[in-house]
Design a protein around this ligand. Structure first.
Ligand code: ARG
Length: 270
């Protein structure tokens, strides 16, 4: 059974600007954000996931994006060390949650930035890892050493797609969705060579964060308005579920960012 970590949006808001989607003059509407988050939460339970919660904290508006808590690998978690000080304050909150829930917490050297599952996703036995905008390439090498798995660093070149999970979504071992313009040409080649079934996300849907999808078995939960991508998924045998998450797009997030898979993604071979 899928086990997912989320954090209620009690203190969610646009209080600073650390990516091109965020503008303090375009704040989140709390009631709508709550409603959208609730629908995601209900949907995930409905398709068979167990959802656990990190208690929200005042002053940490981005804590809702639990994908960035760390990288979970079996009973271990490599804790994130955020690039921006505004988000570094989330680190002790996530650390405490993992410790009280039976995870062994590993930390990277403090001079390396690493933003967890936002930038590191398994497809099969291999960990695909985005770097340059948030996480450091060297951090990924350290992660590879700690977990003893092959890690393929992918350079992210478009500031709108600043985390790997905004432009890449593993569906199953050997199968994924990606948005090519988010990657440098070398990374595009690596993805094409290493993942036999690669689906290209159309531009329009990529900018609605269609790649930022939660996969549970054959269900794929993603932001409303990604109709072309939904059709591609249906043709590949998946059942897309579109729910409005535009209040979170204002912070540069969508379905996947709001979740952290604690038991290994469907696409991961642990
Ligand atoms: N405002 C947050 C940030 O810029 C959004 C994080 C989205 N998370 C993700 N995994 N893509 O850090």
């Amino acid at each position: 059974m899928a086990r997912i970590l989320m954090c209620p949006p009690d203190y969610y808001g646009i209080e600073y600007e650390i990516n091109p989607w965020m503008s303090r003059s375009r704040g989140a509407v709390s009631a709508r954000a709550r409603q959208q988050w609730q629908e995601l939460y209900d949907t995930l339970q409905h398709i068979g996931a167990t959802v656990e919660l990190v208690p929200p904290q005042p002053g940490l508006p981005d804590l809702v994006f639990t994908a960035n808590a760390g990288l979970v690998f079996r009973q271990q978690v490599i804790l994130s060390h955020f690039r921006y000080p505004q988000r570094q304050r989330e680190e002790p909150v996530f650390e405490a949650w993992f410790r009280t829930h039976g995870f062994e917490v590993l930390r990277l050297p403090q001079d390396l930035f690493f933003e967890g599952a936002g930038d590191a996703l398994f497809c099969g036995r291999t960990l695909f890892a985005g770097y340059r905008i948030r996480s450091d390439c060297l951090a990924h090498q350290e992660v590879a050493r700690r977990i003893g798995r092959e890690v393929l660093p992918l350079e992210l070149v478009n500031p709108h797609f600043y985390h790997l999970d905004t432009c890449f979504c593993p569906l199953a071992p050997g199968q994924a969705i990606y948005y090519p313009p988010a990657f440098d040409s070398y990374a595009q080649r690596v993805l094409r060579e290493r993942i036999p079934e690669l689906m290209v996300c159309p531009d329009h849907d990529a900018y609605r964060f269609g790649c930022n999808a939660v996969v549970v078995g054959k269900f794929v939960v993603l932001n409303a308005g990604c109709d072309a991508l939904a059709e591609l998924l249906r043709r590949a045998g998946y059942q897309p579920i579109l729910i409005p998450l535009d209040e979170f797009l204002k912070a540069g997030g969508s379905a996947k960012c709001l979740t952290l898979r604690l038991d290994g993604e469907d696409a991961a071979i642990w």
